[in-house]
Design a protein around this ligand. Structure first.
Ligand code: ZN
Length: 297
């Protein structure tokens, strides 16, 4: 079975995200390690860390991961903002390491008024610096594929490849593929043929073994729109087929997959629970290894 989970709220304590995920029958969980719309963050306390780690152990959840703050822009052409972003990003890595997370999923950045090339080189410099400041960390930087809104980088696999090729300690980098984002960015996923073609393209440019996480989101916007709006699984422009291809792709059987779909409930049932059930229903039952001799025609 695939490793499935979702982004969960840390309101009331980091451990609460873990417990909530476990209660819904998830296998893994994604969190923010601080308020994602603020620069400042209270330092993690020993108790925060201990309660979180205990909850992970007790529930048996695997692959806890973080998503970085939306304010961070490592591609910024503004020196002050770039430095502020880098400092905040290093703190995110430190928090993830303290909590024992597998990585920090990050949006590469927006080049704003500079150029794509300049933006990519800023990102490379920032990641090299972040790596230098965090030697021996287990937690990894996971570059997320983006929808390519505005001047957002990471919507072409070539851009991620440029970052990975340019970073000195590239073995410390992984990729998080977001289904909504790549579809909005113009990579088709619907038919088996399209899915195969998109994954081969990824494999050729980056290598599928770089994929350390997936974000499973349907899209409120159409193919190639370059707009990032997540939708409930099966109810957006992606529909169910892309998820069926992905969930049954044996190459990704051990890669954690997190939903970032809208929260809320329908007729008293949490949408996370509904989405999870939808996804699990797409997994093809494996045929038993041994066949009995009986019942043959
Ligand atoms: Zn995502």
């Amino acid at each position: 079975m695939p490793i499935l989970g979702a982004h969960m709220s840390i309101a009331g304590g980091y451990f609460k995200a873990v417990n909530a995920a476990a209660e819904l029958g998830m296998d893994c969980v994604q969190i923010f390690t601080k308020n994602n719309n603020q620069w400042r963050a209270k330092p993690l306390t020993e108790q925060d860390i201990q309660l979180f780690r205990e909850a992970v152990e007790e529930t048996g959840l695997t692959h806890p991961v973080a998503h970085d703050s939306y304010l961070i822009n490592l591609a910024s052409p503004d020196d002050a903002l770039w430095q502020k972003s880098l400092d905040a990003f290093v703190i995110e890595l430190e928090r993830a390491e303290a909590l024992g997370l597998i990585g920090v999923v990050m949006h590469p950045g927006s080049f704003v008024k500079s150029t794509e090339e300049e933006g990519l080189s800023r990102i490379i410099r920032a990641i090299d610096d972040a790596h230098r400041q965090t030697p021996d960390f287990q937690t990894q930087i996971l570059l997320e594929t983006t929808a390519g809104q505005g001047t957002n980088l990471g919507h072409r696999f070539e851009q991620l490849a440029t970052i990975i090729d340019g970073v000195k300690e590239s073995e410390r980098l992984g990729v998080c593929v977001d289904t909504c984002h790549i579809f909005a960015a113009g990579y088709p996923l619907k038919s088996a043929q399209e899915y195969k073609q998109t994954m081969s393209e990824f494999d050729r440019l980056i290598g599928v073994d770089r994929i350390r996480a997936f974000h499973l989101n349907d899209s409120k916007k159409e193919f190639g729109s370059r707009v990032d709006r997540h939708e409930k699984i099966g109810e957006g422009f992606l529909g169910l087929e892309p998820f069926r291809h992905l969930l049954n792709d044996r190459r990704f059987a051990k890669v954690p997959m997190y939903m970032e779909t809208p929260k809320g409930e329908e007729e008293g049932v949490l949408l996370d629970e509904i989405n999870l059930k939808t996804l699990r229903g797409l997994v093809k039952k494996r045929k038993p290894a041994k066949r009995s001799g009986r019942g043959k025609k």
